[in-house]
Design a binder for this molecule. Sequence first.
Ligand code: ADP
Ligand code: MG
Length: 688
Amino acid sequence: MVEMKLEGLQCASCAAKIEEKLKSNEFLQEVSFSFATKKLSFKSDLESEKLQNLVQNLIDKIEEGITVGIETPDSQNVIEKKSFKDLFLRNARTIGGALIFFTLLISDPTEPILKYSAYISAYLLIGGDIAWRALKNLLKGRLFDEYFLMTLATTGAFALGEIHEAVAVMLFYKIGEGFQNYAVDHSRRSIRSLLNIKAEYANLINGESIERVTPRSLQIDDHIVVLAGEKVPVDGVIVRGTSSLDTSALTGESMPRSAEKDSDVLSGFINIEAPLTVKVTKRFENSAVSRILHMVENATGKKAKTEQFITKFARVYTPIVVFGALALAFIPPLLGSGDVREWISRSLIFLVISCPCALVLSVPLGFFGGLGAASRKGILIKGGNYLEALNSIDTFVFDKTGTLTKGNFAIEKISGTDTLKLAAQLEQQSTHPIARSIVSAYGKNINKNHMTDIREYPGQGIRGLYKDKELLVGNHRLLERFSIDFNEEKYAGTTVHIAYGGKHAGSIYIADEIKESSWNMSRKLKTAGADEVIMLTGDQKHIAEYVGEKLEIDKVYSELLPEDKMQHLEDLIEKGKKVLFTGDGINDAPVLARADIGVAMGGLGSDAAIEAADIVLMTDDPSKLLDAKKIAQTTRAIVLQNIIFALGVKLFFLTLGALGHASMYEAIFADVGVALLAVLNSMRILKK
Ligand code: ADP
Ligand code: MG
């Protein structure tokens, strides 16, 4: 994936044109452009220098003044806040024109030459650049361009002698455009500031001294110091010190988390109390912060259906309105009803309302806001499409171990001799939560060399040769598979059997705990509109049913192999259900990928799961799905409000204009106002 940034893009409706143009180029694939982040992404085989030229050339053909920059991971995502002075200078001509216009309104000169030349110069000062751009675009064959239409409308008004209107409409248009840009930049800034989680520097321990370095330069196993008040720059593990950490930027959790020697820390946490010495375990680009920023930034590339629809709609809206204007100007007079001048004057109102700006601006911004709000709560959603799809999910499916339960098993009982030692030898090779618990319960060093021929049986256990004899660790199905005789003792937790050299050597009895945040979740999901909550697990029936009953889950399927889980999921999808699957990803990455929406646990989950999932829950709390659902709902409501409101107002003024009840003044005011309100409305999502 290549990413580029388009700086200097102001015109919202150009975004769609740019995307379309690039899509039709043979060298670029999977093109996506988001107006909200100004980020362009695509695939291509060309080398980067050629690409930049190619893209720049293509874009220059559409709109001038845009610079194409290559996105480097280090490029700062700051959006310059424009100073007041800057704003003033930039708009000096418009302000000058406005002053002349107001003087003219007050003094009201009657001498025609003086009057006309004064009005024309005011007009040119205010809208000269617009007219110039319109002309250039026209030469490039771009007819339905908002600049062109504004210019046409205002010069038309001039020609009809409506000189006040002509200047005023251009002035309002400019002011409106300025405000819109400001509002859009402001929104982008607020969303970005939510993601202000990157540390600027790291304190590297170098012998006796401490050096300030960039987080990117840190290597695995470096030791760094994180002082109180500082952000953790990369993921690592604490080697000295005790403190508490503010994890809210990543997880949305407001309660500080205590941390001591051997605790893992993630980049983006803030150290609150005392200095910590941290050993680096992940390089900057693989650390949590980089991964999160990358995901959120790229999320806007996967567009929601509504967003795609609006883009398509915007393309036809303008031509339709323009043809409407033409029809209005000429058909009634041809049919003999009234004065041509009157109808032309009415049709100009159409041109003023012909830009779909309000929609093009506010809909993508709405989704971007929703994604930002979710990531603030530790819910990483990988695309606007998933945020929107959350609203139509009716079936919530959960994995048990590591998802609804904590997955850190406590060993309650062990039978047989050397059972734990044998089990640990083999489980050393597995990432399954059961395996990790057994290894940490054993606690001693394990010599990996004694183990050969290791193979894991997903949903059953693991097998290998230990000192050349067969060792099996897993559930009853694994033992049955290898025809080992054993006695099953009744136990209210998970039983792990160990067989060595063809004989049952003993069992480890372990218990798991239900996560606090799993309680009541099922009921709340159903109150929030879910039809059914289902649990799919590879664990034994009696435990599965116990957990299912406690958590009020509608249907429980147990003792499933990974492929059985997939079968259940496909059956549901076949029945027309919209299915969300939540899992820790151990043994269920394919299911995550197949579900309409796959949700992975970000903390416990494996990298493969995080990769396969559409939504990642940073805190491993399944109940965050309720928050995600709420944010999805709000986003949808706000986007819908904007669409209805913007189209409603436009339709209203088109009708009024056609009937001769509205002037150009009112039309431009309504149009600009709507765009502004819609952008501001989108911002409400962040308050959720
Ligand atoms: P869940 O669907 O509940 O997350 P899994 O599919 O990951 O469960 O595993 C199902 C069952 O398979 C576990 O309950 C356990 O009995 C057995 N199992 C899987 N992997 C291992 C392993 N590495 N060691 C021991 N038992 C295992
Ligand atoms: Mg699992």
